[in-house]
Design a protein around this ligand. Structure first.
Ligand code: SF4
Length: 451
């Protein structure tokens, strides 16, 4: 049905029209925006990097943290002038739009927004756009119930060698700080054959690195007796795909068969992103994470025993309600013990509608910031030490492009997702090169081609 609307928009309104998409939040949102771009391009729209040139502007929102929401309101404020002068279409979608208060706020304070759509109605964007173009009326298209999975949406990938593939939608975990289960709904897994087909198609087009996406990838259930381990095994044998990454697994669902699949999968990266959130068993309980500090550490141990070259990255939230100095020290203790390659650190942000928001023992801002800085300092100290293990080694680097600061310097990543910069040439982009690591600079490694 959407193909019909794609054709209608293309015939009646397409042509030399331009679109601009602003994406906030996680890689799942990035992947959704690739689908929006794919739909827009099928309707005859062309992309621009300059928002002022656009006929259609889409904001794909995130509601995980307050500052992402503030950024959206700031951007909408800026667009008012453009709306009046250029008569553009403004669409806003994604997680924030699943919250009723947010939709009401948009309607009241930013009445010039034309399309409001939610996470479960993204696939209907061509229909919504056609409605607004032909009726000259605004539309709100949000489903409060879990949406179905829609396969074969057009997609415009941001990269020609690396691609993200969403394997499941939603989350059943209800971590007490997190709004995601409320805005993305319950877990729904894509059928294995659809995922495999998508990745085989990507391999045929020359893609070599795939990142599997889901809020909780290791609770993937494609069908009876077919879970995440089976999916990893099948993807590992797809010819042409040389690197398989996945985010994010949940420690409580990290089963032995998944460990075995990673161990045996020659194309599966051995960097495991294992969200910790807190090192304190008390805080983990209040967060509803369903594991303790000891269980997390023994899982890390088990993975290391089975996969000796495994490395880890993680997410940590600092300043969760009730976090004591002792609780925070437990987090630092895990950071010292695990030697993470990367830590994505967040200061706890209250989210309306979550259980943690109603907790009385909120932590003062200055304490949260002081702890955040201590965690950051510890990690930075560790990372330089940890980086030493790469010096003198020869790494397979997938060359991604030139460095942002120097067009003569090329950049890529190790299997463990470390950024490596080196002198190269543009023919190398998209290829694997053997690079010898010669120096470390905390956030990146420096290398040279191993002739
Ligand atoms: S696992 Fe927890 S943190 Fe992750 S999306 Fe689900 S509820 Fe949120």
């Amino acid at each position: 049905m959407q193909n019909e609307f794609i054709e209608k928009v293309k015939q009646k309104y397409g042509g030399k029209k331009i679109y601009y998409i602003l994406t906030m939040g996680c890689q799942l949102n990035e992947n959704d925006s690739e689908k929006l771009a794919g739909m827009l391009e099928s309707m005859g729209y062309k992309p621009t990097k300059n928002i002022e040139d656009a006929d259609v502007i889409v904001i794909n929102t995130c509601c995980i943290r307050e500052n992402a929401e503030e950024k959206v309101f700031g951007k909408l404020g800026e667009l008012k002038k453009l709306k009046l002068t250029n008569n553009i279409i403004i669409a806003i979608g994604g997680c924030m739009m699943q919250e009723k208060e947010m939709r009401n706020k948009i309607k009241q304070s930013y009445p010039y927004v034309d399309i409001i759509f939610g996470t479960h109605t993204l696939h209907k964007f061509p229909e919504d756009l056609y409605y607004v173009l032909s009726n000259k009326e605004k539309i709100q298209d949000v489903l409060e119930i879990d949406g179905e999975i829609h396969e074969e949406l057009p997609i415009k990938r941001n990269n020609t060698k690396q691609a993200s593939v969403t394997i499941m939608y939603g989350c059943n975990n209800f971590c007490s700080y997190c709004i995601v289960p409320y805005v993305r709904g319950r877990e729904r897994s894509r059928r294995p054959e659809d995922i495999i087909k998508e990745i085989k198609d990507l391999a045929e087009k020359g893609y070599i690195e795939i990142t599997l996406l889901g809020q909780n990838v290791n609770s993937y259930r494609g069908k009876e007796n077919y879970g995440f381990a089976e999916l990893l095994n099948d993807i590992n044998s797809i010819e042409g795909i040389k690197r398989i990454r996945f985010i994010s697994p949940h420690p409580k669902d990290f089963t032995d068969d998944v460990i075995k699949a990673i161990k045996n999968g020659e194309n599966i990266c051995k960097l495991i992103h294992l969200p910790l959130q807190s090192g304190s068993s008390n805080v983990l309980k209040a967060m509803n994470r369903n594991y303790t500090k000891e269980q997390y550490l023994s899982l890390v141990e088990k993975i290391k025993n089975n996969i000796p070259n495994a490395t880890f990255s993680t997410d940590i939230i600092v300043g969760f309600p009730g976090e004591t100095e002792k609780d925070f020290e437990d987090t630092l203790d895990i950071v010292k013990k695990v030697n993470f390659e990367q830590i994505y650190m967040f200061i706890y942000s209250r989210r309306h509608g979550t259980r943690a928001d109603k907790m009385e023992n909120q932590i003062p801002e200055e304490v949260k910031h002081e702890r955040f800085n201590r965690l950051k300092n510890l990690f930075e100290h560790n990372i330089s030490k940890n980086n030493q293990k790469y010096i003198g080694t020869i790494q397979d680097i997938l060359v991604e492009g030139t460095s942002k600061n120097n067009a003569n310097i090329y950049t890529g990543r190790t299997q463990s997702n470390k950024v490596v910069n080196f002198e190269g040439n543009k023919e190398w982009i998209g290829q694997f090169k053997k690079i010898k690591i010669i120096a470390e600079h905390t956030w990146y490694l420096e290398g040279k081609i191993d002739e």
